[in-house]
Design a binder for this molecule. Structure first.
Ligand code: KIV
Ligand code: ZN
Length: 389
């Protein structure tokens, strides 16, 4: 079950994240990301889906051999061949994990799998116990759990635990749930499913309604002690829960989570985000929490004035704590005299009140015509007493 004060980070950037259209990585790129995830101190790296292709199997195998002190998981459908492929790929890892999934919602059972509830139950029993005969750590995921019948879900999860699953994952596969609902689902499962206190209970959310982070945090409040996340929220459709958001929410508001925390080295968050963005070619939106280029940028005069007086007026964490060098006071048409003065002093120009007023007028008229005012623009304004053309 693990330490109840620790939330394990199961990073699935290299599996669910790689399922983002266009995010495909080569083996050597996957190895680079895995080494960075090791520096970030994630607990589990889901390295791929070995049955999907020989290339994916080779990549998972290479990661299992390269990383140390981190568990390495591979995904399998509830089929022997998939499980064998995962085992072949992860068996050399320090801490190998076989991750099996089977859908439990009627929508999936009837229309996708053409399987009765009883047959699915039997398949879970057989495949989890087969995987457990190979590997000491087996995770079972009830795909589409949040749209599954509650009583049936309880039966399936009980059966997976009896068959030897060491982690039970309750995915919100299609990003359908709401925070209060997901939290009570976790509470209900902990109350009703025998053996749940002996395994790690895990949350896995998608962002179809923009609630993946809120839902993941709600699951932690409901008792989840593993969260499945990706760097920058990469993943199928609207993506998965972004790792960086969950980690910093727990660090910023420990009072909301009875002080549970992850083992993540948060100062590596920005470097990891930038590496994943560069290798996948998927850009990070500027206003993305924690790792977007505007996450610690302030443009308006009121905000810059507040920041210059006390950083906590408009920042709830320091930029350095997540890997940025500093706050960015951006000069633009909403900036005020204090922001301009601070930047000019930084550039070595200490102006009198009168000089500052005149520089500010020239600055504002230039800012009305340009999106960003550079240091070169400011020096020109000061030295020439005129705007740049
Ligand atoms: O979203 C999902 O249900 C999954 C499972 C395979 C865990 O990615
Ligand atoms: Zn998923």
């Amino acid at each position: 079950m693990g330490d109840p004060a620790v939330v394990k980070i199961f990073d699935t950037t290299l599996r669910d994240g790689e399922q983002s259209p266009g995010a495909t990585l080569t083996t050597s790129q996957k190895l680079q990301v895995a080494a960075q995830l090791e520096r970030l101190q994630v607990d589990i790296i889901e390295a791929g889906f070995p049955a999907a292709s020989p290339g994916d199997l080779a990549a998972v195998k290479a990661i299992a051999q390269q990383v140390h002190g981190v568990a390495v998981a591979g995904l399998a459908r509830a089929h022997r061949n998939d499980i064998d492929a995962v085992w072949e790929a992860v068996r050399t890892a320090d801490l190998p994990v076989i991750h099996i999934f089977l859908a439990t919602s009627d929508i999936h059972l009837q229309h996708k799998l053409h399987l009765s509830r009883e047959d699915a139950l039997q398949r879970v029993r057989d495949m989890v116990s087969y995987a457990r005969s190979l590997c000491p750590m087996v995770e079972f995921s009830a795909e589409d759990a949040t749209r599954s019948d509650r009583d049936y879900l309880c039966r399936v999860l009980e059966c997976a635990i009896q068959a030897g699953a060491t982690t039970i994952n309750v995915p919100d596969t299609v990003g359908y749930t709401f925070p209060h609902e997901y939290e009570s689902l976790f509470r209900m499962l902990r109350e009703r499913v025998p053996g749940m206190d002996q395994v790690t209970l895990s949350a896995h959310c998608h962002d179809d309604l923009g609630m993946a982070t809120a839902n993941t945090l709600a699951a932690i409040r409901g008792g989840a002690r593993q969260v499945e996340v990706t760097i920058n929220g990469l993943g199928e459709r609207a993506g998965n829960t972004p790792l960086e958001e969950v980690v910093m929410a727990l660090r910023t508001r420990p009072d909301m989570f009875a002080h549970v925390d992850t083992r993540i080295n948060a100062q590596e968050l920005l470097a990891t985000s930038q590496m994943v963005s560069q290798l996948t070619g998927i850009i990070v939106q500027p206003n993305k929490a924690i790792v977007g280029s505007n996450a610690f940028a302030h443009e308006s005069g009121i905000h810059q004035d507040g920041m210059l007086k006390h950083r906590m007026t408009y920042e709830i964490m320091t930029p350095q704590s997540v890997g940025w060098t500093d706050t960015n006071l951006v000069l633009g048409k909403h900036s005020g005299r204090h922001g301009l003065d601070a930047r000019l002093r930084h550039l070595g120009h200490q102006l009198t009140a009168e000089q500052l007023q005149s520089a500010y007028s020239r600055f504002i008229s230039l800012a009305d015509q340009k999106k960003a005012i550079t240091d070169a623009d400011l020096i020109y304004i000061i030295e020439s007493g005129e705007e740049t053309p």
